[in-house]
Design a protein around this ligand. Sequence first.
Ligand code: SF4
Ligand code: SF4
Length: 147
Amino acid sequence: MFKKLKKFFYLYILKKKYYRVGSCKACGRCCQKIYVKHKNVIQTEEEFKKLQKLHPFYTYLKIIDKDETGLVFECMNLDKETHKCKIHKKRPGICRRYPQEELFMMGGTLAENCGYRLEPIESFDEVFQKVSKKINKNKKAGHKTNL
Ligand code: SF4
Ligand code: SF4
């Protein structure tokens, strides 16, 4: 019962497609190669400067590179020797919630050897059955379908 409620909550209230499972191994990799998305992935220093006024998290970041996705940042709160966050207890929500599925939508992936995984809430079979049902329903109603 709890599983069903959880699934409903994630799918229909939070509108999520993945569960985050696993735990953090405190490797610090996700704090070292960061893309920032605000409407679009940040591409220029000017865009980034404007963004820094909006949320303190962005003031922790420093530009270290640029690639085909956008500017690449690292967080200055990461202790490079211990790989620990210097403000762990006060770290922003965005860090507490990492990794989120939006990462995939920006073309990103999980940091190598991250202790978390993102697992689909619905299995392939469940999605397939849902789509099939919809197609059959549309056929019965005489609607055209794009699938
Ligand atoms: S604030 Fe801490 S957890 Fe968040 S990106 Fe920086 S070092 Fe990582
Ligand atoms: S990459 Fe994954 S395991 Fe490593 S610090 Fe980030 S969340 Fe934790």
